[in-house]
Design a protein around this ligand. Structure first.
Ligand SMILES: NC(=O)c1ccc[n+]([C@@H]2O[C@H](COP(=O)([O-])OP(=O)(O)OC[C@H]3O[C@@H](n4cnc5c(N)ncnc54)[C@H](O)[C@@H]3O)[C@@H](O)[C@H]2O)c1
Length: 287
């Protein structure tokens, strides 16, 4: 197994010792050579700029990493003598937007509200193109809000990391608006399992964009207030909850259907919210 990362947000310490690590930018010619010559069976494309707010502040930087970087490796995979199956980390939390009524199935209208969501959806269109035109074997996994140990506070489920740190510092948890906005929190090991299943599953043919796109989420909508309370129970720590003004442009509700993942991948989420929150909090708590 080879792991490619430029360590822009990732950490060398998280690379398992059994893996070979290549400190490369996915936009580089060296990364393309690795994919072309590596004789890989699967290519899991997780490397990305994943901060929605950063994508709003600098859409060019977001597109450079998320679209151009991915295209660099797709072109390499297309020309490889031994072509890998491409398993792309897309988002179910940021491409459907408020145009769809949650829980959203894969065929819902897509109306991403941020450059990050637009870049992920653009890559999905490229994947469908590479599959139809060049016969590349591709699949997009549209994750809900992924949380768990090692998570970064800037990601799509960053609120879990932020709340964990606040609990450790015995500070109040800040909830924006009335706290009734909902998200679909999915534990990281369930997402990893979906990737492994997608690397060998029998996949449908590709006629339309959604044919090879699979939601990976619980289908359960959890409000921010409910999350704050559940995390306090899981951590066995109580702090006050503070309310702050609603944030502009924040999506109100997001959750995704997961029946297609069950049918095609034989996948279902195994980790219940309180168990996942407890594992996450314990990781943040460790010395
Ligand atoms: N966390 C979520 O809730 C969530 C939800 C939906 C989709 N995703 C997607 O899952 C994937 C993993 O997300 P994450 O939350 O673990 O984020 P992360 O920032 O922890 O992981 C992304 C990794 O990509 C690396 N990277 C960034 N740009 C690179 C480049 N140009 N070349 C090489 N490496 C580069 C970073 O160093 C980092 O290790 C991303 O594609 C993200 O868009 C995440």
């Amino acid at each position: 197994m080879v792991i490619v990362d430029d360590l822009s947000t990732g950490r060398r310490a998280n690379v398992p010792s059994a893996a070979r690590f290549q400190h490369l930018d996915i936009r580089s010619p060296e990364a393309a050579v690795l994919v072309r010559e590596g004789r890989f069976d699967s290519m899991f494309m997780l490397a990305a700029q994943m901060d929605v707010r950063l994508s709003v502040a600098d859409p060019v930087a977001d597109a450079s990493r998320n679209i151009i970087g991915t295209l660099n490796l797709l072109e390499a995979a297309r020309h490889a003598p031994h072509r890998p199956r491409v398993i792309f980390s897309s988002t179910g939390g940021a491409i459907y937007g408020d145009a769809s009524t949650p829980p959203s199935p894969e065929e819902s209208t897509k109306d991403p509200e941020s450059p990050y969501g637009i870049s992920k959806l653009s890559v999905e269109y490229y994947l469908a193109y590479y599959a139809r035109t060049h016969g590349l074997d591709t699949v997009s996994l549209r994750y809900a809000n992924v949380y768990g140990p090692r998570q970064d506070p800037h990601g799509e489920a960053g609120v879990v990391a932020i709340f964990c740190q606040r609990l450790l510092d015995s500070r109040a948890l800040t909830v924006f608006g009335n706290g009734q906005q909902t998200r679909d929190y999915t534990f990281v090991t369930d997402v990893a399992a979906a990737n492994v299943l997608a690397s060998t599953a029998k996949l449908p043919g590709v006629k339309r964009l959604d044919d090879r796109a699979i939601n990976i989420g619980t289908g359960i909508a959890t409000s921010v207030l409910n999350l704050a309370e559940s995390l306090q129970r899981a951590a066995k720590v109580n702090v006050p909850i503070e309310f702050a003004p609603k944030r502009d442009g924040e999506q109100q509700h997001s959750s995704i259907k997961n029946e297609k993942a069950a049918k095609i991948l034989g996948w279902k989420p195994n980790v219940k919210l309180e168990q996942g929150l407890s594992e996450t909090y314990n990781w943040f708590k460790k010395p």
